[in-house]
Write a protein that binds this ligand. Sequence first.
Ligand SMILES: Cc1cc2nc3c(=O)[nH]c(=O)nc-3n(C[C@H](O)[C@H](O)[C@H](O)COP(=O)(O)OP(=O)(O)OC[C@H]3O[C@@H](n4cnc5c(N)ncnc54)[C@H](O)[C@@H]3O)c2cc1C
Ligand SMILES: Cc1cc2nc3c(=O)[nH]c(=O)nc-3n(C[C@H](O)[C@H](O)[C@H](O)COP(=O)(O)O)c2cc1C
Length: 753
Amino acid sequence: MRIASIGGGPSGLYFSILAKKLFPKAQITVYERNKPDDTFGFGVVFSDATMENFAQADRETHQAITGSFAHWDDIDICFKDKTLKSTGHGFSGMSRQVMLNILQDRCAQLGVDLRFQTEVKDLEQFNDYDLVLAADGVNSVVREKYAAQFGPHLDFRPNRFVWLGTDYEFPAFTFIFKENEHGLWRVHGYRYMAGYSTFILECTAETFKRSGLKVEDEEATVAYVQELFNDDIKGHKILKNRSLWRQFPIITCDKWHYRNAVLMGDAVHTAHFSIGSGTKLAMEDSIALAEAVKRSPDDIPAALAAYEAARRPIVESTQRAARTSLEWFEQTERYYDHLEPIQFGFSLLTRSLRISHSNLKLRDPKYVATIDSWFAGQAANQSGVNIPADPPPPPMFTPFRLRDMVLANRIVMSPMCQYSAKDGTINDWHLVHIGSRAVGGAGLVMTEMTDISEEARITPGCAGIYQKEHVAAWQRVVRFVHENSYAKIGMQLAHAGRKGSTKLAWQGVDRPLDSGNWPIIAASPLPYLEGVSQIPREMTRQDMDKVRDDFVRSATMAEEAGFDVIELHLAHGYLLASFISPLTNHRKDDYGGSLENRMRFPLEILDAVRRVWPKHKPMSARISATDWAEGGVDAEESVRIAAMLKAHDLDIVDVSTGQTVAYEKPVFGRLFQTPYADRIRLEVGMPTMTVGAVSSYEDVNSILAAGRADLCVLARAHLYDPYWTRHAAYEQGYPLPWPDPYASLVRYTPRHK
Ligand SMILES: Cc1cc2nc3c(=O)[nH]c(=O)nc-3n(C[C@H](O)[C@H](O)[C@H](O)COP(=O)(O)OP(=O)(O)OC[C@H]3O[C@@H](n4cnc5c(N)ncnc54)[C@H](O)[C@@H]3O)c2cc1C
Ligand SMILES: Cc1cc2nc3c(=O)[nH]c(=O)nc-3n(C[C@H](O)[C@H](O)[C@H](O)COP(=O)(O)O)c2cc1C
C-alpha cells in the first residue's frame, strides 16, 4: 500500500503513525514544506476527555504527549478588576512544537518517510498511490485546486485575532476582558510548558481599526499588547512568532474525498480556538480514517465514504458548538456592558451550550451555588416574593413578575393550535389540554392562537373569542386553572391574514379548504403558497378599522373570561406579521416601506388593546425575530421592532422566528431561537421569553442564569409530557407542591424502568 500525506501537521503525522501500525509494509511518505522545527504559534490545549481517545489509538504517542503536559483545572475570568475562578474543568496545554516533534519521532521510529522542506502543488504525482491525505491545513492548496470536487465554504468572521506568547505562566486557563480607549479586548491565555503561556488576543474589527495597529506590524502589536496587559502578566514579556492579525475562517466542505484523496483536519473543517478543538478534531480524524481503512483496505474509495459518513456528524456537532462560542466572542461587548460579573462569568462558561447549569454543578458546585443564590436574590427583588436562601431554588423555580401578575416559576406552555373547536367554541379537549399542563406545574399556560373573528381563523377548527358563547367556554378553562393550580393563564390573540381559510393541520397544513373557503385579507395581495393559496385582498383603511375593533372586542372578552395576560400574535406570517415583514408587505402607503411604516398598524392594535386591557395586567407579543430569508426581518431589525413595542408599553416579547414565507431557510438546532431573545433582552432592556427546541431543565436553568431570557416557553415538550415541570422538579430534588387530591405522591418514587 502506498500512502502520501500532503502536510506534516497533527492530522497527517498522526494518521501516518496509525496506518503504519496497521500496515507495517505500507510505504508512507509525509511531505511537509517547513523544517521539522519550524512552527507557527505557541501552545495547543486539550480537554481530559480528548486524551482518552488518544490513549486507545496509540499508547506510545499518548505517553509522550501527556509527559509534556501542563495540566490545570481552573478557569480564571478577569473582568472589570475582578477575577472569578471556576474549577473542575480539566485541561492540558502543551507546546505545538513539542507535540509535532513527538509525532515526527514516532513516525520515524515506525518507518514513515518524512520529507521536510518539500512543497506539493497538486495531486497528479500521486495518481498511482492508494491513498493521498490532503492534510495541508487551513489554507489547503488541494482543497482550493479541487474546489469543484470538494465544494468548500469559507466564512471569514469579522473579529480580528493574533496568536502571541508570553514568558508569564498563567496559573489557570485565563480569559481577560479589558477595555481601553479603542474598545474591548479579549485574551485567551494558558500555560503550555514551564515558563511559557499562549496569549491569543481578539477584538472586533472596529476596535482593531481604532487601535491603528497594522496586520503585519508585529513589533507595534507586541509593544501595544505589552503596555496594555503589563500588569496582567506581572511585567513579563509578550513574545511573537509570525504573529499576524487574522480573521478566523469557518471552513466546511460539501464533500471530503475525491478519488484516492481525502481532506483532513483544518483543510476540511475548522473550529474556533475558543473551544480549543482544532488539534483534537484533526487527530480524531486520523483515528477515524485509520479505522475505516482497516475495515476495507482493498477498497479505498469505500473506506473514504465510510470515514466521511461516520465522522461528519461528530465534526458538525463540534463546529456548531464552536460557532456558538465564536459568536459569544463576537458579541462580548453586549455581555460586558449589561451583565454583572457573576452572570457574565456564567454566560461565558456556558456559551457553547456544551457546559450547562447541571454539568457545571458537577464540575464546580460552589460556582453554581453562588450563581443560584445571586439569581434567587435578583428574582426576589424583581417579584417582591420571599425566596428561601439556603438552598436557593434552581433558577427555573424562581418567581417572575409582570405588572401585578406573579408567576410561580419560569416555565410557560407555548400556544399550540388544537384545531378542535367548533365555530370558534372550544370544548372539553381544550379544558383537558390546558388544565393538565397547569396541574403539571408550568407557571404560565397559554391558549392556542385564538382568533378575533370568524374570518380571522386559520381553519374551521380554530378557537375564537368573538361571541358570547366563546367567553363562557373560556371562563370554564380559566376557572379550572385558577381553582386547581398556581398557574396563570394567558390568551394569544390573532388574525390569520393570508394564512387563513385552510385545512386542519392533519388534513394539509396551509392548503385551502376543498369547499367553503372564506375571503382572506393581508398587508399585500401575495399568496402564501404560490399557485396554491388563495390570493388575499390588500387591506383598506376600513378593513384596518374593523380588525382593530375586533381585537379590542376580543381583548375585552378575554378580560371578562378572567385571563391574566394577553399576547398579540405578531409572528409566523399571520395578519399583523404580514405588515411587519418587507417580504409580505409591498404597500406604497403609510403602512409600507420603512420599519416605522410597517409597524404602524401592529402598534395601532397594541395601543388600542392596551387601552381596554386592565392596567394591572401585562401584555406580551410574539414576534418572528428573523424571516430566515433574504431581504426579510433579521436579528438587527428585530431589536428595533422590540424597542418600538416597548415604547408602546408592551411588557415582554415572546421571541420566535420564521414561518413568514414558504421559501424560508431556517437553521434548526437546540435552542436555535434563544440568541434572538438574548440580544433583544440586553440591547432593548426588556424581558423576553425564549421558545424553540428548549426541552431540558438543564437548558432552562442555563438560559435563565446566563440572562439569555426571563421565561422559557416549551411547546412540543409539553404535548409529550403535560407534567414536564413536575418531572424537572423531581429530577432536581425540588419539592414542588402537589394539588391536595394528589398529596399522597409526596412520598412516592416514580420508576420508568
Ligand atoms: C490562534 C489559534 C489557536 C489555536 N489553539 C488551539 C488549541 O488550543 N487547541 C487545539 O487543539 N487547536 C488549536 N488551534 C488549531 C490547530 O492549530 C489546528 O486545528 C491544527 O493544527 C490542525 O492540524 P492540521 O494537521 O489539520 O493542520 P496544520 O497543523 O495546519 O498542518 C498543516 C501542515 O501542512 C503543511 N503544508 C501546507 N501546505 C503544504 C503543501 N502544499 N505542501 C507541503 N506541506 C504543506 C503546513 O506547513 C503545516 O505544517 C489553534 C489555531 C489557531 C489559529
Ligand atoms: C401543534 C402545534 C401548534 C402550534 N400552534 C401555535 C399557535 O397557535 N401559536 C403560536 O404562536 N405558535 C404555535 N406553534 C408553535 C409553538 O408555539 C412553538 O413556537 C414551536 O413549536 C417551537 O417550540 P418547541 O420546540 O418547544 O416545540 C405550534 C406548535 C405546535 C407543535
